[in-house]
Design a protein around this ligand. Structure first.
Ligand code: GLA
Length: 387
């Protein structure tokens, strides 16, 4: 399957640039099982990779040109000069691959140009990290071709820098690390403070369960500004509490910390979410590691309530998925990713998948909403070379 994809992408590359690519690479989208809005608080996250990938066919150039093309965007080949790349100059899709080239060069890696053709099956705007997949696939390709010798977590850091500085989105490190470091059959338990990681076996099928992704197809305006506001609020909370990051508030010190924050209700809510969410990640890890997979459901659902009520980043469509799924017997459900639209995940017994899917679709139809896309998420491989 991946050979056929690599072949098709290489063929298109040859049509565009006149000769075949030096190689073809893939990097996946992700869903986050638990640990939301904890990554910019030095906390814990637990994403796994989707089978959906961004694929890049790439060749080096020595003349300083960066040529970019995407199968998923109207328009021809964009031509840039690597020496001219500068943060804030590009508002389109090319900012992601160009930002990676900029970040590599800025870190002192000699990247003298490239021809790149991209094609992605990661749904865009669905909260499934289509942009991190684009960044990481380009970073991995250039790492291999230019022999930079960077490890997965280092590529993730550079991609995050590309997104923070070049694209201008204040995201954390989760999505890029997931794309770079996830392994098939596992969820990635990541400590975003020191980037230490543990691959946690996550084979739901063997236990008669499934994890569904429900893409609400909704993207609310202002979500980017709201993300920045939440991040700033968390930083304010950490400063008021005199800690480096909210990660440093001990779980059993939460009540005392909330008291110290006095009547700043907004900050109290943000702090409560982050601290309880870190604890939920650790709870899920220990349930999975002791073979009690079915018991993670209620923890996921608790996480949703916290994102909805304390962090306030859910929306009616996400709540509708969660409420409908739970009413129909799902083991757990929550929104996943940045929030304000995008996707929810539903943990279900295999036998219930059809009924649940139908119930969610009917609930959307009754509410007059666009039909959601529902698919099963199987923990898949991280970034890799295909050809
Ligand atoms: C987005 C960001 C991540 C993370 C999540 C929320 O996906 O890119 O860094 O903050 O939101 O958990």
């Amino acid at each position: 399957m991946s050979e056929a994809v690599a072949g098709a992408v290489a063929e298109r590359f040859a049509e565009l640039y006149g000769a075949g690519p030096e190689g073809v690479w893939a990097a996946p989208g992700r869903v986050n099982l638990i640990g939301e809005h904890t990554d910019y608080n030095d906390g814990f996250v637990m994403p796994f990779a989707l089978p959906h990938t961004a694929v890049a066919a790439v060749s080096r150039r020595e003349d300083g040109l960066l040529r970019l093309h995407s199968a998923d965007v109207e328009g021809g080949v964009s031509e840039l000069r690597v020496a001219d790349l500068a943060p804030g100059t590009d508002r389109g899709w090319t900012a992601y691959p160009a930002g990676v080239v900029w970040a590599l060069r800025e870190a002192g890696h000699e990247v003298t140009g490239a021809d790149i053709h991209l094609a992605s099956t990661v749904p865009a705007g669905a909260g499934l990290s289509s942009s991190a997949a684009l960044e990481v696939v380009v970073a991995l390709a250039l790492n291999d071709l230019y022999g930079l010798g960077l490890r997965g977590w280092q590529l993730a850091r550079l991609c995050q820098r590309a997104e923070n500085v070049y694209v201008g989105a204040p995201v954390g490190i989760m999505d890029q690390t997931a794309a770079a470091c996830c392994e098939a059959g596992h969820a990635l338990f990541l400590d975003t403070r020191d980037l230490s990681q543990r691959q946690i076996p996550f084979d739901l099928a063997a236990e008669g369960m499934r994890l569904l992704v429900v893409d609400t197809q909704v993207k609310h305006a202002h979500s980017e500004g709201e993300y920045g506001k939440r991040r700033a609020g968390c930083e304010k909370g950490a400063a008021l509490l005199g800690v480096d990051a909210l990660r440093d508030v001990p779980y059993d010190g939460l009540e005392a910390a909330l008291e110290r924050l006095g009547d700043d209700e907004e900050v109290r809510r943000l702090v409560r979410h982050v601290v309880t969410e870190d604890e939920r990640v650790e709870r899920v890890v220990s349930l999975l590691e002791s073979g009690r997979t079915g018991e993670i459901g209620p923890v996921l659902t608790e996480g949703h309530a916290s994102l909805r009520d304390d962090f306030r980043i859910s929306c009616p469509e996400l709540d509708l998925v969660v409420d409908t799924a739970l009413a129909e017997g799902a083991l757990g459900a929550r929104m996943t990713g940045g929030g304000f639209g995008g996707s929810a995940i539903v943990l279900a017994r295999a036998a219930d998948v059809e009924t649940l899917t139908k119930a969610v679709q009917e609930a959307f139809a009754r509410a007059g909403l666009t039909a959601p896309r529902v698919f099963e998420a199987v923990p898949s491989a991280g970034a890799r070379r295909l050809a």
